[in-house]
Design a protein around this ligand. Structure first.
Ligand code: UDP
Length: 482
């Protein structure tokens, strides 16, 4: 590994959710492996998760990674004590409170900056105020957005041109103006506030976050040039954004232990899981997982169970713990389903070692909610996808996978929805799973996905595009300091 610097010191400050913390920890490990002193700033509850992940890292320079904690005053914010992660929010209506409360981190964060005087801050897009914090101590602030460049460009074009305002019905598609690729969307696939024009503290929060991206020193992106070169060029030349593509970050995890220790503790013994997969033929198992936050209603889980059974495919299905307080059994579980599926389907209740599973040769497809980490982990593993977006920027990620890269089929969701309210019927699930696993286009999609996987792996190797972009960023930060 190249060692650009033994004296540069960077603060990494991830948003308090697994989808943001996991790639940021990978990023800190990556910088550390190039000789940068990397300090991750987070809250006590999240620090314990992160320190476990770092502890397992044998392939990186652990001595270069540090954690500093700052208190998140939950009770002051009206949240239950210990509620320091998006994953721990007791109900969806508390999300706005949680997002807005993260502003309380500014003061303790600035105290740490003054105390440690790092050379740069890589702070999450959801901490827009971190640009001011960094300039207070005279250092650059780089944004980590958490998503890819295709969707970042799409969001920016939507912000600039608001094409959704020119259509007269929910079923009338519009093209995202100026975005290369003639990408068509429906207004129902956008956050409701962007149609109604409603403003509230949360919409203001996201607006400020989006705007702060344009005001910072640059953006570090979990992606690689070969995946979205058109959009990387458009972002740099068309939108004037300075961006470094240094991913896929998940690929910095090399051994089984490291791969299985991202985020929470896995709810299944990783060796048991791999043993189960070892009994399966290559490309014969569908992996279904909807990220770290999405939680379905029982009725939706039943549809998924029916769809999977009808598809006739082997599967690993990750179900967030859906037994509600006081319930003696899981209401969503179809009568006799698990017994019937014995040997065919494996249900993981809770947290799966996702990167480990995706990397197994038995996995033939990934049913995903199109969170960017999951999407890129699917790409890195060379696995075609069934796309089932729900919210955030996931509908843009779906377009990238299905229309630009052509390595996936949509399950057919047309409506941006609150995560607990999505509804797709079992027939659509059966159809999409069959299409991705045994359809006419399966082989072609698989071939394309394989090529992308090879490009992803090459990008992070010495001399690859992401490797070089990371080196360029480190050199630039060093030159700023001198
Ligand atoms: N993840 C995991 N096991 C799970 C669920 C999620 O390892 O059971 C990881 C997944 O590999 C990814 C992250 O959690 O790195 C989820 O991020 P993503 O952007 O896909 O979705 P989000 O959780 O932010 O909606």
């Amino acid at each position: 590994m190249g060692r650009e610097s033994c004296s540069l010191h960077i603060f990494f400050f991830p948003f308090l959710s697994h989808g943001h913390m996991i790639p940021t920890v990978d990023m800190a490990k990556l910088f550390a492996s190039r000789g940068v002193k990397s300090t991750i700033v987070t809250t006590p509850v999240n620090a314990s998760l992160i320190s476990k992940a770092i502890g397992k890292s044998k392939t990186h320079n652990n001595n270069n990674i540090h954690i500093e904690t700052i208190e998140f005053p939950c009770s002051k914010a009206g949240l239950p004590e210990g509620c320091e992660n998006g994953d721990l929010i007791p109900s969806p209506d508390k999300f706005p409170l949680f997002f807005l409360a993260t502003r309380l981190l500014q003061e303790p964060f600035e105290k740490l900056l003054l105390q440690h005087k790092p050379d740069c801050v890589v702070a999450d897009v959801f901490f827009p105020w971190a640009t001011d914090s960094a300039s207070m101590v005279g250092i650059p602030r780089i944004v980590f957005n958490g998503t890819g460049l295709f969707s970042m460009c799409a969001i920016e074009c939507m912000r600039l041109y608001e094409p959704q305002k020119n259509v007269s019905s929910d079923s009338e598609p519009f093209v995202i103006p100026n975005l290369p690729g003639e990408i068509k969307m429906l207004r129902t696939q956008l956050p409701p506030a962007s149609i109604t024009g409603e403003t509230n503290p949360l919409t203001e929060f996201f607006k400020e976050a989006n705007e702060s991206e344009g005001e910072c020193y640059g953006v570090v992106v979990n992606s690689f040039y070969e995946l979205e070169s058109v959009y990387a060029d458009y972002s740099r030349n068309g939108l004037g954004r300075k961006a470094w593509l240094i991913g896929p970050l998940s690929l910095c995890n090399k051994d089984t232990e490291e791969k299985s220790q991202r985020g929470k503790d896995a709810s299944i013994d990783e060796n048991e899981c791999l043993k189960w997969l070892d009994t399966k033929k290559p490309n014969s198992v569908v992996y279904i997982c909807f990220g770290s936050i999405a939680n379905f209603e029982d009725s939706q889980l039943r549809e998924i169970a029916l769809g999977l059974e009808a598809s006739g495919q082997d599967f690993i299905w990750v179900v967030k713990n859906n037994k509600k307080e006081g319930e003696s059994k899981e209401e969503w579980l179809l009568e006799g389903f698990e017994k019937r599926m014995e040997g065919t389907g494996l249900i993981i209740r809770g947290w799966a070692p996702q990167v480990l599973i995706l990397g197994h040769q038995a996995i033939g497809a990934f049913v995903t909610h199109c969170g960017w980490n999951s999407t890129l982990e699917g790409v890195a593993a060379g696995v075609p996808m069934v796309t089932w977006p729900m919210g955030a920027e996931q509908f843009y990620n779906e377009k990238l996978v299905t229309e630009v890269l052509k390595i996936g089929v949509p399950v057919g969701v047309k409506k941006w929805a609150r995560m607990d309210k999505v509804s797709v019927e079992w027939e659509a699930i059966e159809k999409a799973v069959k299409k991705i696993m045994v359809g006419e286009e399966t082989e072609e999609m698989r071939m394309k996905a394989n090529v992308l996987s090879q490009l992803a792996n090459a990008a992070v190797e010495n001399g690859g595009s992401s490797y070089s972009d990371l080196g360029a960023l480190i050199h630039e930060l060093l030159s700023l300091r001198h």
